[in-house]
Ligand binder design. Sequence first.
Ligand code: NI
Ligand code: MN
Length: 220
Amino acid sequence: MKISFIGHSCFLVEEGSYSLLFDPFITGNPTATVKVEDLKPTHIFVTHNHGDHKGDALEIAKATGAKVFTTNEIGDEFKNNGIETIAGHIGGKAMTEFGSVKFFQAFHGSGIEGGHACGFIVDIGGKKIYHAGDTGLTKDMELLRREYIHVALLPIGDFYTMGPEDALEAVKMIKPKHVVPMHYSTFPAISQDPEVFKKIVENSTETKVMVLKPGQSIEL
Ligand code: NI
Ligand code: MN
């Protein structure tokens, strides 16, 4: 699978005929390297309703017909706009054309009354990706060990989410094969050096850290 980092918490995962777009914050994102109209995903994932995650999701879904995965209350706006929306909830799993999507708890505001923020465990092509969304460190992450995560996309920016030291503890609990850090250095409040995170993780775990600049891709 090809994983492209678009910037902040936005990734495009391509596998076969599927292209999965996570947290498409393009407009107003000083690090974004693509134009909204250039994104043609088959599926869109929205972890929560904060502007730096929901971003341009509605506009892209309208333009492309991509299906949207998000939690129930956040899904209403998409449904009301005629978007095919898979609005599950924490702990649930949806079977999909490409595999499955499980909604995992994220310890963070949802940005909508009565709603929940989430992370996603996406099984595609027999490999699991965990996009953590925005979250603080929780012991619940131990539950992810039995998912055998191939690549975990984890926030390291601190202030709004885990910082590098807590993200290291998350890696120790999850034990993914690879980690790509996200949600850092987009704004001054979340300024971090991802190479420091890479060093502390690779010095104390078996996990490989792939640091991507916005616009960079890897095959995993
Ligand atoms: Ni947030
Ligand atoms: Mn955020």
